[in-house]
Ligand binder design. Structure first.
Ligand code: AMP
Ligand code: ZN
Length: 467
C-alpha cells in the first residue's frame, strides 16, 4: 500500500506501527448545520481509504470526533462558537442543535454507504481528557494564561508549522494584524477559554483555570490519544485543516508527549463550486438532501466523487452529476443483467482475477480511484469474462467502492420468464452461434408472442418483459 503523506510531500510505502493493524483518526463534523457535499467528499475519501486498507488485509480502528463545542467561526481564535451562533439565531438550545445535525450527518453518511467509524466521540463527552492534556502541557511549560484564557505558546517548541511548512520567521515578524492582544505570538492558540467573548455561553465546564470551554484543536489531540494511543498511523481531514487545525494538533500533541504523534497525514482536496471551495460561510453550498430532492440518489454523488482523485480538486456541477448518474445506472444495469444470468462464482477465473488484481493495485497506489473505475468498466464490458465471474469481481471491487452493486436490479430489463422461455432464449443463442439467423429470428418472434423482447448485451442475451 502506498500513500501520499502531507508531512513529507511524498508518496510513501505504508508501514503500520503494529503489523496487520491500522489506527486512523479523522476529524469529524462540526454539528451546527448540515454537512455540505464538499464536507461529504472528505468523508467519502476517508471511507474509501479505510475500505482499501481493509481490502489489503489490515484491521482498521477508525475513530472520528463530533465537534459540538469550541469551533469558532474564525480559525485564528476569532469569531464566535459556531454552535452558540446557530443557537442564538434559531432560538434552540446548543444541545438540540448538536443532536439534530449529528443525526442528519449520519443519515447522509448512511445514504452514501460510508461505514460508520468504530468509535464516534463527542467533544462534550471528553472535556476531562482535554483538561488533563492541557495540564500536561502546562506542566511542560508550553502554556501561559492571559486575559483569562490558556494559550499554547508556539515558541515553546522548535518545529511549529512543520506540516504546513510554515516559515517561522515570517510568523514571528507578526506582519499580520493581530486580533487577540493576549497572544505573545500571533500563531499562539487557545487551549481553554474562560473569558468568553459572548455573554450567556451555554456550554461551559469547571477547570483548574476557571469555568469555561476548550479550544477546538485540543479535542482532536485528546480524543485521538485516548482511543488510539500517543502514537498512531493515520490522521485524515480536508486540506483546509493543514495550516491551522492540524498544525496546532501536532504542536500540542508532540509537546505533551515529546515524540512523533502521527506517521501519515492524508488530506483530501476540495470540492469546488464554480472556482471556489464549497463552504458554508460563502453561502454557495449544496447538501445531500437537496440533491435527493432533485431526484439524485446519494450514490450518484459517491460515484461522482470516485471519478476524481482525492488529491485533485473536483468541480461540482449538475451536468457532471448527471453524467455520474447515467454512468452509475449503466453499471447497475449491467450488474443486474449478470445477476439474472448467474450466481457470483466462488473462484473467479484467471481473466476476472487479473482485473481484480489490477483494481486492487490501482487503489493501493495512493487510492487511484479513477483508474480503478476504468478497470471495473473494462471488466464488466469484457465479453470474455463469464457473468458469474463478472459478479464476483464486481462485488470484490465494490468492497472498496461502496456502490451497492450487489443490490442492482434491472429496471425494465429484468430477465424473467418460464423455463420454456429461457430454453427458447438459449436455443436462439445457439442458433445465432451456428449462424442460423432464420431460426434465431423465428425464436425471437415466438418470444415476442410470449411477452418478451430479446435484448443482446455484452454478457449475453436476456429477456425483457414487454410492458
Ligand atoms: P467542518 O464540519 O467545517 O469541520 O468540516 C468537515 C470536513 O470537511 C473537514 O475535514 C474539512 O476539511 C472538510 N471540508 C470543508 N470544506 C470542504 C470542501 N469544499 N471540499 C472538501 N472538503 C471540505
Ligand atoms: Zn481535528
Amino acid at each position: 500500500m502506498k500513500l501520499y503523506n502531507t508531512m513529507s510531500r511524498c508518496i510513501e510505502d505504508f508501514v503500520p506501527i503494529v503489523p496487520g493493524h491500522v489506527s486512523m483518526y479523522c476529524c469529524g463534523p462540526t454539528v451546527y448545520n448540515y454537512a455540505h457535499i464538499g464536507n461529504l467528499r472528505t468523508y467519502i475519501f476517508e471511507d474509501v481509504l479505510k475500505r482499501t486498507l481493509e481490502n489489503a488485509g489490515y484491521e482498521v480502528r477508525h475513530v472520528m470526533n463530533i465537534t459540538d463545542v469550541g469551533h469558532l467561526t474564525g480559525d485564528g481564535d476569532d469569531g464566535e462558537d459556531k454552535m452558540e451562533k446557530t443557537a442564538r439565531e434559531t432560538g434552540r438550545s446548543v444541545w438540540d442543535i448538536a443532536e439534530f445535525y449529528t443525526k442528519a450527518f449520519f443519515r447522509d453518511e448512511e445514504a452514501l454507504d460510508i461505514i460508520r467509524p468504530d468509535i464516534v466521540c463527542k467533544a462534550t463527552d471528553h472535556i476531562q481528557d482535554m483538561i488533563d492534556l492541557i495540564k500536561r502541557l502546562e506542566d511542560g511549560g508550553h502554556t501561559y494564561t492571559a486575559g483569562g484564557n490558556v494559550y499554547f505558546s508556539i515558541d515553546s517548541i522548535d518545529d511549529y508549522g512543520k506540516l504546513a511548512k510554515l516559515n517561522i520567521d515570517d510568523l514571528r515578524s507578526g506582519a499580520r494584524i493581530e486580533i487577540d492582544s493576549n497572544k505573545r505570538n500571533p500563531k499562539d492558540f487557545v487551549l481553554w477559554f474562560t473569558n468568553s467573548k459572548f455573554a450567556g455561553q451555554a456550554m461551559t465546564w469547571d477547570s483548574p483555570w476557571g469555568r469555561g470551554y476548550p479550544g477546538w484543536h485540543i479535542e482532536c489531540s485528546a480524543m485521538s490519544m485516548k482511543y488510539l494511543g500517543e502514537h498512531f498511523d493515520i490522521h485524515c481531514g480536508g486540506i483546509d485543516a493543514i495550516p491551522v487545525h492540524h498544525t496546532n494538533e501536532i504542536a500540542q500533541s508532540e509537546a505533551a508527549t515529546g515524540k512523533t504523534w502521527v506517521n501519515y497525514w492524508c488530506h483530501g482536496e476540495f470540492l469546488l463550486m464554480g472556482n471556489a471551495k464549497m463552504s458554508k460561510s460563502s453561502g454557495g453550498f449544496v447538501t445531500l438532501p437537496v440533491l435527493e430532492e432533485k431526484g439524485y440518489d446519494a450514490l450518484d454523488y459517491r460515484y461522482f466523487c470516485l471519478s476524481g482523485h482525492y488529491r485533485s480538486q473536483l468541480r461540482f456541477s449538475y451536468e457532471a452529476l448527471d453524467a455520474a448518474r447515467a454512468a452509475r445506472q449503466g453499471l447497475m444495469e449491467r450488474i443486474a443483467q449478470c445477476k439474472a444470468e448467474a450466481e457470483p462464482s466462488s473462484e473467479p477465473g484467471e481473466l476476472a482475477a487479473g482485473y481484480m488484481k489490477a483494481f486492487d493495485e490501482a487503489m493501493e497506489n495512493d487510492l487511484g480511484a479513477p483508474q480503478a473505475m476504468s478497470i471495473l468498466w473494462k471488466m464488466v464490458k469484457d465479453g470474455s469474462v463469464p457473468a458469474s465471474d463478472k459478479l464476483a469481481a464486481a462485488y470484490h471491487m465494490d468492497r472498496i467502492f461502496g456502490l451497492k452493486l450487489s443490490e442492482a436490479e434491472a429496471s425494465k430489463s429484468e430477465a424473467v420468464g418460464s423455463e420454456e422461455d429461457l430454453r427458447l432464449l438459449e436455443e436462439r443463442t445457439a442458433a445465432k452461434k451456428a449462424k442460423d439467423f432464420r431460426r434465431a429470428d423465428e425464436i425471437r418472434d415466438e418470444l415476442r408472442k410470449r411477452g418478451f423482447n430479446v435484448k443482446d448485451t455484452p454478457s449475453g442475451a436476456v429477456l425483457e418483459r414487454i410492458v
